[in-house]
Design a protein around this ligand. Structure first.
Ligand code: ADP
Ligand code: G6P
Length: 464
């Protein structure tokens, strides 16, 4: 890095992944997940440096410029990929923080790798940041970085934002390294959560685990350092998505898609990373039963589900993939016409343009996570759907449900309840659907990613 940055984002993922094809050629691809979707427009607007991993193990990549900001790759060895990324981040913290919907595994060598890699990220940030710079650390993979960074560079202003839920204290306390994580986070001047409940869980934990003085949302960590915890619900570049969905290319692609699907009367759509927190098993079972019971007619209705491959070597994800393949196969073998499946399922990531085309044609968007920090897919649908006739079915357990209150809310554990709401969303009179969708569009227009970044960074700059 030749030039020091006054604004630095540190995240496990960079906005782009380096992919090597089988012929040895190298390409860069948009990284998966909501964190990148949300942060990428923030960096494009503000400039600065984005420090992160480029998605491939055992590779050193030099910093480069991208869309008006610097990208600083941090390397991971194959062993670190396994222990820090697949292990501690995604087989310990991910399930623990998502209500233990899968069992978290605790392994001491995974923790050691987590500490080592966090230190590497902290050092990279310390090296890239100018005197007095603002450094914004992101998500559960890097919870030790705030404190490490404070030790290395006490002159910096350090923010931290957790994109996933912060769990109830009863679950968090299972973690053998709970004190270290807590101390790591408290190194930040401002710790942001998706919803007020996350901030409340965190502050309750601080009160119970540390002898520190807590006044409302402010923890006095040392004589000279205090840490504030608040909620900042994340969002999307609403106008950017709406504009994209209205381009002639996307309109043409949505028409081609309709043609390919055989012009169904109603399209139900699911869009997720293939993750067990997303409630895919429950959703597919509910949709399958509606087809089997004749409430949905495969000659007229279709359920289109696309799922981006994710964390494919982690055991729970392998199991999920097999389960979904089996479920979809079983349902399609029992209902639907030849050449006209009830469920159209693709295990693949698609370009942003194709996603917008899908959102355009979906009559009922089905978002049913068992637990989700926010869920940006729900907001993307609201932004992209071209009229107010669409319907959003949304799990109560997504952070987004606190804002998108006019969605058709469901408890994904209650299959009959979910089936009833799916049918209601599909059959409500147009006027009722429009009333809801108008309110949703207003919400998503008023609370964009700019509001989120301005609120967090404004608060961070204003702390004394
Ligand atoms: P998470 O961050 O847990 O994956 P979010 O719903 O917050 O969940 O964000 C997911 C992001 O990934 C969204 O921007 C969405 O458009 C994108 N995405 C999800 N599934 C696909 C897919 N099959 N192809 C391309 N992009 C996808
Ligand atoms: C969620 C997490 C992000 C993560 C993304 C994709 O959005 O909050 O931190 O980057 O999922 O997951 P992956 O493991 O592929 O980075």
């Amino acid at each position: 890095m030749s030039q020091l940055a006054s604004f630095v984002v540190v995240a496990n993922r960079l906005p782009v992944d380096r992919v090597t094809a089988s012929d040895g050629s190298v390409d860069w691809r948009t990284s998966p997940g909501g964190l990148v979707t949300a942060l990428e427009p923030v960096m494009r607007q503000r400039g600065g440096a984005w420090i992160g991993w480029h998605g491939a193990a055992d590779e050193q990549v030099a910093p480069f410029e991208h869309d008006g900001y610097s990208v600083v790759p941090v390397p991971l060895s194959a062993a670190e990929y396994e222990e820090y990324y697949e292990g501690f981040s995604n087989a310990t913290l991910w399930p623990l923080y998502h209500d233990t919907v899968a069992f978290p595994e605790f392994h001491r060598e995974w923790w050691d790798a987590y500490v080592t890699v966090n230190r590497r990220f902290a050092e990279a940030a310390a090296e890239a940041a100018d005197e007095g710079a603002t450094v914004w650390v992101q998500d559960y993979q890097l919870q030790l970085v705030p404190q490490m960074l404070r030790e290395l560079r006490p002159d910096l202003r350090v923010g931290f934002f957790l994109h996933i839920p912060f769990p109830p204290i009863e679950l968090f306390l299972q973690l053998p390294w709970r004190t270290e994580i807590l101390e790591g986070l408290l190194g930040a001047d401002l710790v942001g959560f998706q919803v007020p409940g996350g901030a409340a869980n965190f502050l309750r934990l601080v009160r119970r685990q540390t002898g520190l003085k807590v006044e409302r949302d402010r923890v006095q960590v040392t004589d000279s350092h205090a840490s504030v915890s608040r909620a900042y619900p994340i969002s999307i570049d609403t106008q950017g998505f709406a504009d994209l969905a209205n381009t002639p290319e996307v309109i043409a692609e949505s028409e081609a898609l309709l043609e390919e699907l055989g012009h169904p009367k109603r399209i139900f759509l699911g869009v997720d990373r293939l993750d067990y927190t997303k409630g895919l098993r429950q959703r597919i079972r509910a949709m399958g039963e509606l087809f089997e019971e004749g409430k949905l007619n495969p000659a007229e209705d279709v359920f289109l589900q696309v799922a981006t491959p994710s964390r494919e070597r982690v055991e729970e994800y392998k199991r999920l993939r097999d389960d979904i393949d089996l479920l979809v196969g079983r349902i399609n073998s029992e209902v639907g016409g030849i050449g006209r499946p009830a469920i159209v399922y693709r295990h693949a990531g698609f370009p942003r343009q194709t996603m917008a085309a899908m959102y355009r044609i979906a009559d009922v968007m089905v978002v049913t996570p068992l637990r989700d920090g926010m869920n940006l897919v729900a907001k993307e649908y609201v932004a992209c759907h071209p009229n107010t006739g669409g319907a959003l079915v949304l799990s109560e357990f997504a952070g987004a449900a606190l804002e998108l209150k006019q969605a058709y809310l469901v408890n994904p554990y209650d299959l009959n309840g979910m089936k009833a709401v799916l049918m209601q969303a599909a059959t409500d009179p147009l006027k009722a659907r429009e009333r809801r969708m108008r309110a949703l569009k207003k919400q998503v227009k008023a609370n964009t990613i700019d509001h989120w970044a301005d609120a967090f960074l404004g608060d961070l700059a204003g702390l004394d």
